[in-house]
Design a protein around this ligand. Structure first.
Ligand SMILES: NC(=O)C1=CN([C@@H]2O[C@H](COP(=O)(O)OP(=O)(O)OC[C@H]3O[C@@H](n4cnc5c(N)ncnc54)[C@H](OP(=O)(O)O)[C@@H]3O)[C@@H](O)[C@H]2O)C=CC1
Ligand SMILES: CC(C)(CO)C(=O)C(=O)O
Length: 337
């Protein structure tokens, strides 16, 4: 039950957690943001949120209270998990230690494995999965910007029905097949390492065909692996995945005038993996492209393109080559035997 005494607690208040927390608080939902020290100053100043249908122009979000104290989990009516997958185990242990065993958890992490791991670690809980389609970046220490389009989709459950009712349904839809939605989203995330290794904004990376060809190869490979493993995926965005592959292969003049407009990407957009790699943090590569590699292995298939992307990101994280021109990345991923 969500109420002022039992707020929504967002565990892992970063780009996505703060954006959604501000959006839900603006709709009248009691929200507490549980994050790191650097967020605490936002309690005094508030933070500006730009972009998206609920924030026309920059709006100051003062409502969500920010804390670093996991003890707030004890009174949560709903825990919304928005940490990176690399921080999942520590977050699960905080949930177990501090919250009541009946408190539901909504998992908004990218990838498929995180929600499975969560359900396995907390078998007594109501666990729901969700999918965030759009990109959010910090423009500076107190300004968040949503830089692409789409609607959040949540698995239909008692907890998500209550959340959706509390926010008046806006910006969220409920699904009875969240697994297909997550597998559909994973296909978009296969570009994350390409974006991270380009060192460019998403908008500028996608404008260069050699980068797009690498992403197209990773995406086509994933579609083949899904087919071999009989995995259903939902459409994520306006085009089906096979049309996205075709579109990515189009010449720059066509892609840059048609496809980029459809996504309404703004020039500052940057994938979450690019943000991590640039900040020297561990990346989610194992739960993104690594998921395709694991699925291929489990079903007797191979996934050399995604395997190579995993390798390159791990090498970059370990101090190896961090940025690649389009031609360099194309050669490194697609020209190896
Ligand atoms: N950013 C985006 O545009 C999108 C991201 N996603 C997905 O959403 C998820 C969250 O991504 P994003 O918001 O970018 O991630 P961020 O890194 O911006 O936010 C996570 C925040 O949680 C903090 N944190 C980690 N563990 C804890 C803990 N136990 N207690 C309190 N705070 C904690 C992190 O701090 P620290 O770094 O110091 O550990 C970080 O500040 C990921 O799975 C991502 O793939 C999905 C769609 C779009
Ligand atoms: C929205 C998208 C695909 C790109 O920003 C993303 O999920 C991410 O950055 O991890």
């Amino acid at each position: 039950m969500i109420s002022p005494e039992s707020p929504v607690v967002i565990l892992g208040a970063g780009a996505i957690g703060c954006y959604l927390g501000a959006q839900w608080a603006a709709a009248g939902v009691p929200v507490t943001l549980l994050g790191r020290d650097r967020l605490l100053s936002l309690n005094d100043t508030g933070f500006a949120v730009e972009g998206g249908p609920d924030f026309t122009g920059a709006e100051l979000a003062r409502n969500p209270k920010v804390t670093t104290e996991p003890a707030v989990l004890a009174n949560a009516g709903l825990i919304v998990l928005t940490v990176k997958s690399t921080a999942l185990d520590a977050a699960v242990s905080q949930i177990s230690t501090f919250s009541a065993s009946h408190t539901p958890v909504l998992c908004l992490l990218n990838g498929i494995a995180p929600v499975r791991r969560l359900a396995a670690a907390l078998p007594e809980r109501e666990i729901s999965a969700g999918m965030v389609p759009f990109n959010v970046v910090w423009r500076n220490a107190s300004t968040l910007r949503r830089s692409s389009v789409g609607e959040v989709i949540l698995e239909r459950s008692p907890a998500t029905r209550a959340l959706s009712a509390a926010i008046g349904g806006s910006g969220i839809s409920l699904s009875d097949d969240i697994r297909a939605v997550q597998y559909g989203k994973l296909l978009l995330n296969l570009n994350n390492p390409v974006n991270a290794l380009s060192g460019k904004s998403l908008y500028h990376q996608l404008r260069e065909r050699p980068y797009r060809l690498v992403y197209a190869a990773a995406l086509q490979e994933a579609l083949d692996v899904y087919e071999g493993a009989q995995i259903a995926h939902a459409k994520s965005g306006p085009l089906p995945a096979n049309r996205i592959v075709q579109m990515l292969r189009a010449p720059d003049w066509l892609f840059n005038t048609v496809a980029l407009r459809l996504q309404k990407l703004d020039p500052q957009s940057q994938t979450s993996m690019a943000q991590d790699l640039a900040a020297g943090k561990p990346t989610e590569i194992d739960t993104i492209n690594g998921e395709i590699v694991d699925l291929a292995t489990a079903t007797g298939q191979i996934a050399p393109v995604n395997t190579k992307l995993v390798e390159l990101v791990k090498s970059a994280s370990a101090g190896g080559q961090k940025t690649y021109t389009g031609a360099e990345l194309h050669r490194a991923v697609l020209s190896t035997p």
